[in-house]
Design a protein around this ligand. Structure first.
Ligand code: GUN
Length: 281
């Protein structure tokens, strides 16, 4: 049976480190501030936004909330982002995605100052990541690397297969694994013989967006499996892109859902907020 990689525990360690840094900054009269913008009331987004604000509070980071109506115009949102870019108190700006269809997501993400882009979605940060320069890295991708490193799982020289090529997870995690000297393959919906590809992996990252798709037949015995998915099953129970029971019977280590990658995303976002202030000091 595979070892369970406890994301809640590891996220707790990171949050404790961030909390200590926030306290240290506060002792110098510096308050770290994250601005969170939500447009509309998508229920999933509301849960994520609430959790981000709650975690800020827990760590002593000030959160400022901006809630725009579903019908808000792109100009309204761009104008708010512009104000926050100029506001010296604000360290991080987060626009919760997805945005309503009348708003061009690309234009909004590009309007956020790269120095305050704690989500790491601005093309400047994306480019810097691929050049191996200092930048903000998207929380989920950075969190996956932390899970591996803090669990003592080596990446250097190993076969890493990422299934999924999204801008938020697949592409950045592939870049990070490469930076750690992994041999990286990115598979996706057009990949032929997917099982043959995934069965090469020493480290398999599943970010497919399909409920329980990755079972034991996709996994080399002894591989490490990281599950990025989050879905509700037919019994309304949370599950991932990986069929946990099946995968755990062949993997050497695996992240559960919930309690694996999920808690890491917010912990890494909080770390980016403190990092933003440290860089600006
Ligand atoms: N929507 C889903 N994931 C994310 C994320 O990491 N950041 C933002 N801003 N929106 C999201």
């Amino acid at each position: 049976m595979a070892k369970i990689i406890d994301g809640k525990e590891i996220a707790g360690q990171i949050k404790a480190e961030v909390k200590a840094e926030v306290k240290d900054l506060l002792a110098h009269g510096i308050m770290v501030t994250l601005a969170v913008i939500q447009v509309g009331e998508d229920p999933a987004s509301s849960v994520y936004v609430r959790n981000k604000k709650k975690t800020c509070e827990e760590l002593g980071i000030r959160s400022r909330s901006y809630s725009l109506p579903q019908a808000a115009s792109e100009e309204e949102l761009l104008s708010l982002v512009g104000e926050l870019n100029e506001d010296p108190e604000v360290d991080g700006i987060l626009v919760q995605l997805p945005l309503p269809e009348q708003i061009n997501e690309k234009a909004v993400l590009e309007a956020i100052s790269p120095e305050k882009d704690v989500d790491g979605f601005h093309p400047c940060n994306v480019g810097a990541l691929s050049c191996g320069e200092e930048c903000f890295v998207p929380g989920t991708a950075a969190g996956i690397i932390e899970l591996l490193v803090r669990s003592g799982i080596p990446i250097d020289g190993r076969e890493c297969v990422v299934v999924g090529r999204s801008n938020i997870v697949g592409k950045p995690v592939a870049q990070l694994l490469l930076r750690e000297n992994g041999t990286v393959t990115v598979a996706h919906s057009h990949t032929k013989n997917l099982r043959e590809v995934t069965r090469r992996a020493d480290i398999l990252v599943a970010a497919v967006g399909r409920r329980r798709m990755i079972d034991a037949s996709y996994i080399k015995p002894g591989a490490v499996v990281i599950d990025v998915g989050i879905h509700r099953d037919e019994k309304n129970k949370l599950c991932g892109d990986v069929d946990f029971e099946s995968a755990a019977s062949v993997a050497s280590a695996i992240t559960p859902v919930p309690g694996g990658v999920g808690p890491m995303t917010i912990a890494m976002l909080m770390r980016n907020c403190v990092e933003s202030r440290r860089r600006r000091l």
